[in-house]
Design a protein around this ligand. Sequence first.
Ligand SMILES: NC(=O)c1ccc[n+]([C@@H]2O[C@H](COP(=O)([O-])OP(=O)(O)OC[C@H]3O[C@@H](n4cnc5c(N)ncnc54)[C@H](OP(=O)(O)O)[C@@H]3O)[C@@H](O)[C@H]2O)c1
Length: 253
Amino acid sequence: MNRLSGKTALITGASSGIGKATAKELAKVGVNLTLLARREELLNELKDKLIEINSDITIEIIVADVRDRDDISIKLKDRVFDILINNAGLASGLDKIQNGDIDDWEKMIDTNIKGVLYVTKAIINGMIAKNSGHIINIGSIAGHQVYPLGNVYNASKYAIKALSEAINIDLVGTNIRVSSIDPGAVETEFSIVRFHGDSDRASNVYNGFTPLKGEDIAETILFVLNAPEHVNIQNILVTPTAQRNVYITHKEL
Ligand SMILES: NC(=O)c1ccc[n+]([C@@H]2O[C@H](COP(=O)([O-])OP(=O)(O)OC[C@H]3O[C@@H](n4cnc5c(N)ncnc54)[C@H](OP(=O)(O)O)[C@@H]3O)[C@@H](O)[C@H]2O)c1
């Protein structure tokens, strides 16, 4: 049963990876889409693909940086959505704290935590006013277990786990659902960004096993969104079959 046709969704970080794949899945089931990211050209390319997938939906692009509090509040002012997917995020660097780059830390904290808060704040009151909506936060396995050199990225995703649980409590008594979907290793631009554009180092991360694809997480998001309104799937941890926790991945090298 398709319970999503005709709904409206805002997806942050829609220009790549999980966000892009999610836009395609939601287009297929007739969701009207607002796509937010910084790279306008990629959003426009995606818009063209989405029109090919489903010419009956509306597709809007918002070029914005989720770290820019004022711009986010202006561009999302008075906007009402049925679905918010807080997906924009990144890891930047992989170092011990004593060797870490403070600029990397600020990027992760400002994007992964503050960006989610700014966007959520802009949208949540519109959902409360109509007493319906679904917020999906993309957390991570890194928000369940810390791993060596993960420090600040881990902290940012532990924060998302806490916020997803806290916002669920804040919204008790409303019909608004809050879900955190927490992936293990997904092959996207994530590792290229983490290693500051070093694509050889990035592709090594996925050597020897089959990682998740953005589409795998998009299918999970679709399942969670399509549950009946009285069903609130609060958390799903999704890993590749080869990966059983943050440390244990079977690799055939
Ligand atoms: N890949 C994994 O293994 C993995 C595992 C667990 C969780 N995650 C989480 O999944 C989410 C999506 O990541 P991905 O794997 O799909 O990586 P990705 O391919 O690098 O996509 C990240 C998206 O976030 C957007 N973004 C980054 N900073 C932004 C900012 N300041 N303002 C607006 N948009 C911004 C990027 O768009 P622009 O650059 O165009 O702005 C891009 O669309 C992230 O929250 C990540 O932490 C990923």
